[in-house]
Design a protein around this ligand. Structure first.
Ligand code: LMR
Length: 327
């Protein structure tokens, strides 16, 4: 058989699926939380949708639990193109110098999730996404993880209870100011290091939504949790802009649709995931759960009002009506 016929027969004999087995596009999506959290589940759904709809032409490799990069490494990795997609917490954009992101971290600013979504979809959301583009990044969506609780090895009911405590924080100036206002000592630390730091006593306490407190097992080494809902924790899903702009238009559209669906799913499950996590923590009996009374909450707000006076004015061009804590 002549060689050209042989090549032809061989090519026909190989099924299409085998010939296109190599994905043409790989999206590395790195994050720092457990797969069993709102962000983890939404990232996995995004992966499934994309791989199915592109018939594996686009593969999304999700790296959960800081298995690829930690908090302080991932933004740089994205700018360098070592990963293509991230969903950092809105408290971790400090290194990019986009001050407006810090508004999301102000204590007691947003009355509820609806107020938050309005801010994300309004002028504030648009301005932080525009600022990302000047840094080689592109914001595609916001994701939700609800409101934070506080934890320590003692009850935290009154502002004075924080005095002298070393508290692990994310790298946010506003959160730093929040704990200083309470008389605590904030310490910036990557999420992957928090469990060990709490266990060894390097820090005394921390804050996070229950889903992280539970899945990172922090509650096992914290005897008290206060449901304070004092601050919000959300995410920005971001990509490397050069990578994104270089994608074929049909692939980009498919990715946008898949992300919009994953986003709706993420918002739909976030509250329940956190309620369930708090229930599990309660059931474990390792940790006592306190819920702030209205009076206690009023005293927390008053103790934290200094953050508005001192830090909020430095947060760039923020719509004035946003800088008044919700009553
Ligand atoms: C943290 O405390 O670092 C987390 O809130 C991170 C995350 O992505 O939820």
């Amino acid at each position: 058989m002549p060689l050209c016929t042989l090549v032809l027969v061989f090519a026909i004999a190989i099924p299409q699926s085998a010939r296109s087995a190599q994905p043409s596009i790989v999206i590395k999506f790195s994050h720092v939380v457990d797969p069993d959290t709102p962000k983890g589940k939404a990232a996995d759904l995004f992966k499934r949708l994309v791989e199915k709809r592109s018939a594996q032409r686009v593969v999304v490799e999700v790296f959960a639990n800081s298995s690829l990069y930690k908090d302080n490494e991932e933004l740089e990795a994205l700018q360098l193109g070592a990963v293509q997609m991230l969903a950092p917490s809105l408290a971790k954009f400090g290194p990019l110098g986009i001050k407006e992101f810090e508004v999301f971290n102000l204590p007691f600013l947003f009355a509820d999730r609806a107020a938050l979504r309005r801010a994300e979809e309004g002028e504030l959301g648009r301005s932080v996404f525009a600022a990302l583009e000047q840094r080689g990044l592109k914001g595609l969506a916001f994701w939700d993880n609800g409101f934070k609780v506080m934890s320590a090895n003692k009850p935290l009911r009154e502002p004075e209870d924080f005095r002298g405590l070393k508290m692990r924080i994310q790298g946010s100036k506003v959160i730093d100011a929040q704990f200083r206002a309470l008389g605590a000592k904030p310490l910036v630390m990557s999420l992957s290091e928090v469990y060990a730091a709490l266990k060894s006593g390097l820090v005394d306490g921390t804050e996070n939504p229950p889903s992280n407190l539970y899945t990172q097992k922090m509650y096992e080494v914290q005897s008290h949790v206060t449901v304070s809902n004092h601050g919000y924790l959300g995410y920005a899903v971001i990509v490397n802009k050069r990578f994104w702009d270089g994608l074929p238009a049909d692939i980009r559209t498919m990715l946008e649709t898949a992300l919009a669906e994953a986003t709706e799913y993420e918002y739909a499950i976030a509250q329940k995931e956190n309620d369930d996590a708090l229930d599990e923590i309660r059931k474990s009996r390792k940790t006592r759960i306190h819920v702030l009374t209205e009076d206690q909450k009023r005293r927390w707000r008053s103790a934290l009002s200094v953050v508005y006076r001192e830090v909020a004015p430095q947060l760039g061009r923020v719509p004035a009506q946003l800088l008044h804590p919700a009553e």
